[in-house]
Design a protein around this ligand. Structure first.
Ligand SMILES: NC(=O)C1=CN([C@@H]2O[C@H](COP(=O)(O)OP(=O)(O)OC[C@H]3O[C@@H](n4cnc5c(N)ncnc54)[C@H](O)[C@@H]3O)[C@@H](O)[C@H]2O)C=CC1
Ligand code: BAL
Length: 502
């Protein structure tokens, strides 16, 4: 099988050369077992192309390349040099952001103008942020101990880092992991998800063009149970960072523990609550909570998938929410992902389509819950799902307990602060949360009492590259973005200096 193919995106009048191989040592190479994966356009259900899938032996080659690059070159670079390379990468992303966004649209189903370009803007911002941070967040501390002794700390990279990323934000999740990790001075072996590998393979070329030495970044598309498992259990990987389901996060952590006790960062699932109090600006609450569940077709680990509304404004909120989604999101007005008015795309794959439809069917037929589905859906072979609302959902419903990861809002009532916060915390997850109120004291009580890594006050899902991100409870371990996103890839060495007189 060839290592490149020509792909056309007629809607933008683009034709480009798509890499299909494993990217090891700055070269695209074939899989050793000639295993291939077919990738499908979620808007049409049609195959786009096939690419090479890494075997365990390929993972070993990529890890060896990353080790060699770390020991021979990358560990000897200065933070400033790494910042300069990231700056060049930023320039290349800026030049190619329209094409990268178009690849995301075709391969993952993100509407081009309303979603995919936004991902690329964030990736650009994040790359610039870590370019500037490379020589700042790597500094250690001087620790005076006594007149005869001082100590200092050095922030040292781990060495070889494995990264496993999901399909909901293919290039953004890869960038959340890679840029800070490179700034910190590690080398990388990264595995994209099986169904959305094309953008990261294309991006690998920018890494090479920016001047990163061979082996510093290796991209190994492949199956989770082959390539992902090998990375998690590899004896020469010093750290693994993972984003995906909690079930797989647990496997990654177990494999890391049982192999070489490699360090682990996990960004897993969520079932994030939004609490809307009676004193909230309801129009704002509706706008943000709708975006917090329908943006990216609900495929957000931080989606506010549980919306609790104070009983006195519950009916009013429901009416406003429904008409807002109908009028503003206009689902189905066009199913062309390259149309400027397309806001909700398909879910990523047939598997996800069936999983989300399974939850909708369960809520409707098994639990007999009331629901509304909004917008038009003409005949389409794509994996489109209408924005859906389930109303008056009991707390013990499967829909209130499990991550649906689709455009499905679950709405229920609460009476007062105590009940609201108890419902919000009644979950094994703890990734994000939102509160809507004009009472600053109540908002800050919520921020204090909620067990979640992110709290949005009067907004939802508006992450910032400079602000740490990560979960409490079974939503994960560790933080990405901001200074924490670099610290995750640095370990502290303490140096004791004896200066007593001889
Ligand atoms: N936190 C988040 O952002 C995400 C959460 N999810 C949740 O997970 C559910 C299932 O989606 P999946 O695609 O099945 O998620 P997944 O957790 O299986 O996939 C995420 C990544 O992990 C890899 N992987 C799978 N098994 C592995 C293993 N044993 N060792 C190492 N890596 C492995 C996959 O190849 C992919 O790159 C979704 O419905 C959603 O609820 C999925 C994707 C992202
Ligand atoms: N909101 C970006 C990270 C995620 O939802 O997966």
């Amino acid at each position: 099988m060839s290592l490149f193919t020509e792909i056309s995106i007629p809607q933008l009048n683009i034709s480009y050369k798509q890499p299909l191989g494993l990217f090891i040592n700055n070269n695209f190479v074939e899989s050793s077992e000639n295993e291939q994966i077919e990738t499908v356009n979620p808007a049409t259900g049609e195959a786009i192309t096939k690419f090479h899938a890494a075997s365990e032996a390929d993972i070993d080659k990529a890890v060896a390349a990353a080790r060699e690059a770390y020991e021979s070159t990358w560990s000897k670079t200065s933070p400033e040099e790494r910042g300069v390379l990231l700056g060049k990468l930023g320039q290349l992303i800026e030049q190619e952001k329209e094409l990268l966004a178009a690849i995301e649209t075709v391969d993952s189903g993100k509407p081009y103008y309303t979603n995919a370009l936004g991902d690329l803007e964030q990736i650009l911002q994040l790359t610039r942020y870590y370019a500037g941070a490379a020589d700042k967040f790597t500094q250690g501390k001087m620790l005076p101990v006594s007149s005869d002794k001082y100590a200092y700390t050095v922030k040292a990279p781990y060495g070889v880092v494995a990264q496993v990323v999901p399909w909901n934000y293919p290039l953004a999740m890869a960038s959340w992991k890679m840029q800070g990790c490179l700034a910190a001075g590690n080398t990388i072996v990264i595995k994209p998800a099986e169904n959305t590998s094309l953008s990261l393979l294309y991006f690998a070329q920018l890494i090479q063009k920016a001047g990163f030495p061979p082996g510093v970044v290796n991209v190994v598309p492949g199956y989770g149970n082959v390539a992902g498992t090998r990375l998690a259990s590899h004896p020469d990987v010093d750290k693994i960072a993972f984003t995906g389901s909690t079930a797989v996060g647990q496997k990654v952590m177990a494999a890391a523990a049982m192999s070489n006790l490699k360090a682990v960062t996990l960004e897993c699932g969520g079932k994030s609550p939004a609490l809307v109090f009676e004193d909230a600006n309801l129009d704002e609450a509706v706008k943000w909570t709708a975006a917090g569940i329908y943006y990216n077709s609900g495929q957000n680990c931080t989606a506010n998938s549980r919306i609790y509304v104070q009983d006195s404004v519950y009916e009013k909120f429901l009416a406003k929410f429904t008409s807002h989604v109908q009028e503003t999101w206009k689902f189905g007005k066009t199913l062309d992902l390259f149309d400027q008015e397309c806001t909700v795309g398909p879910v990523v794959s047939k598997t996800q389509y069936e999983r989300v439809q399974g939850y909708i069917e369960h809520g409707k037929s098994t639990e007999k819950l009331s629901l509304k589905q909004m917008g038009q859906l003409s005949d389409s072979k794509g994996y489109f799902i209408k924005p859906t609302i389930f109303i008056d959902v009991p707390q013990d419903s499967k829909l209130n307990q499990e991550e649906i990861f689709g455009p499905v809002a679950v709405i229920a009532k609460f009476t007062d602060y105590e009940e609201g916060i108890a419902l919000a915390n009644d979950t094994s997850y703890g990734l994000a949360s939102a509160v809507f109120t004009e009472d600053i004291r109540k908002a800050n009580h919520f921020a204090r009492d909620i067990k979640a890594g992110t709290v949005w006050i009067n907004s939802s899902n508006d992450e910032e590259v400079s602000v740490p991100f990560g979960g409490f409870k079974m939503s994960g371990i560790g933080r990405e973005l901001g200074e924490s996103g670099m610290d995750a890839y640095l370990q502290t060495k303490a140096v004791h200096v004896n200066i007593s007189k001889l």
